[in-house]
Design a protein around this ligand. Structure first.
Ligand SMILES: NC(=O)c1ccc[n+]([C@@H]2O[C@H](COP(=O)([O-])OP(=O)(O)OC[C@H]3O[C@@H](n4cnc5c(N)ncnc54)[C@H](OP(=O)(O)O)[C@@H]3O)[C@@H](O)[C@H]2O)c1
Length: 333
């Protein structure tokens, strides 16, 4: 596995990470199984995918407990990234950025994970009720206390993206918050949706990250599975799968978005043995040295397939063909 750095070059991680969310959250519970998830986690480390991304809310809490089983045996091989600041409310997910909550959440994550330090502690959502300086200041205290090594920011709040539209693009509001946070304590990584069909982060966040040596962690790099070409339009999702209500995953929109998969298949056909998933990940890796894709997977075979994307080199022709593919269509637009 090739390596990439974040935190102004001070932290080294495998170029492809692993998103642990599907093992406990977001996708249908009927397909989850702790033992095969554990095999997937071990496969990730065997392949050199050291950055494992979790969050207290995944489960909630069960994903961190699952990772504890791996950490017990292989803590030294893991670059452990977890998150705080997003909670399950009565009707919606809610942000909490109060310093007292951040301190409590970190101690609770450390207990669940069974470790004494988190390598990257990420703010899952900025709380609009709390000045970012206060939240980020509390997170910086955790670094000074030795509970956390570095801090990361998640830029996936749909409200921020809507508020940010304008001069700074969809991430205009995020850039403003990031700059304020950076005045308080260095940001080591930014996590944002970034993939072939949703690539706003390339123009809007990547230059900011590159100028500061900040890692850009690409969340949903496989388009929640769509870009792998394994999802059948109209195939349906179980009711507890977030895609069952997602505007990109209606049968109509999945059919409308097929040209993106077809394009990835065309490029894959020029690389013997390559899959659309690998092409989607190799494209991300080609966007800049700060980009670290976090494909989510809960089975070892897909973890290995995704890790192997780091060995693929796309040609200028491939990159141009992918760049010309349409952006995701959804039933909101
Ligand atoms: N900060 C945030 O707010 C935020 C939000 C969303 C995501 N994230 C992070 O980003 C990570 C990735 O996002 P994601 O998991 O939602 O989406 P994703 O990585 O785009 O796609 C995951 C889906 O693709 C499937 N898959 C993975 N590899 C495959 C392969 N080689 N062939 C066929 N199917 C494959 C997985 O199936 P199986 O599950 O069956 O293996 C899963 O259903 C998350 O795990 C999480 O760590 C963060």
């Amino acid at each position: 596995m090739r390596y990439r750095t974040l935190g102004a070059g001070t932290l080294r991680v495998g170029a492809v990470g692993l998103g642990c969310m599907p093992m406990s959250w977001g996708y249908s519970a009927s397909q989850r199984d702790g033992e095969s998830s554990l095999r997937a986690l071990n496969a990730a480390l065997d392949e050199g995918c050291s950055l494992l991304d979790t969050a207290d809310i995944y489960g909630p809490f069960t994903n961190e407990r699952l990772l504890a089983r791996l950490l017990k045996e292989r803590r030294d091989e893991v670059f452990l990234a977890t998150k705080c600041g997003l909670l399950v409310g009565e009707q919606h997910l809610v942000a909490n950025g109060s310093p007292a909550y951040v301190r409590r959440a970190c101690d609770a994550s450390l207990r669940r994970l069974g470790t004494d330090v988190i390598d990257l502690y990420q703010l899952h959502r900025a709380d609009p009720e709390v000045p970012v300086e206060e939240t980020w200041g509390a997170m910086a205290e955790l670094v000074r206390a030795g509970k956390v090594r570095a801090l990361g920011w998640c830029a996936l709040d749909p409200h921020d993206r809507r508020r940010g539209r304008g001069a700074g693009g969809e991430h205009g509001r995020t850039l403003e918050l990031l700059s304020r946070a950076q005045q308080v304590f260095p940001v080591s990584a930014v996590q944002a949706e970034f993939s072939v069909w949703s690539a706003e982060a390339r123009a809007e966040l990547l230059p900011w990250c590159e100028a500061r040596g900040v890692g850009l962690l690409a969340a949903m790099p496989l388009g929640s599975g769509f870009l792998t070409g394994t999802l059948v339009p109209g195939g349906g999702f179980e009711p507890d799968d977030l895609r069952a209500r997602h505007p990109r995953f209606t049968a109509e929109m999945m059919a409308a978005n097929q040209p993106v998969v077809a394009g990835l298949r065309r490029v894959a056909a020029r690389h013997p043995g390559a899959t659309p998933a690998q092409i989607a990940l190799a494209w991300l890796l080609a966007q800049g040295r700060q980009v670290i894709p976090l494909p989510g997977a809960k089975r070892a075979s897909w973890v290995r397939e995704n890790a192997a994307a780091a060995e693929l080199t796309l040609t200028e022709w491939d990159l141009a063909e992918i760049a010309a593919l349409p952006a995701a269509r959804d039933s909101w637009r």
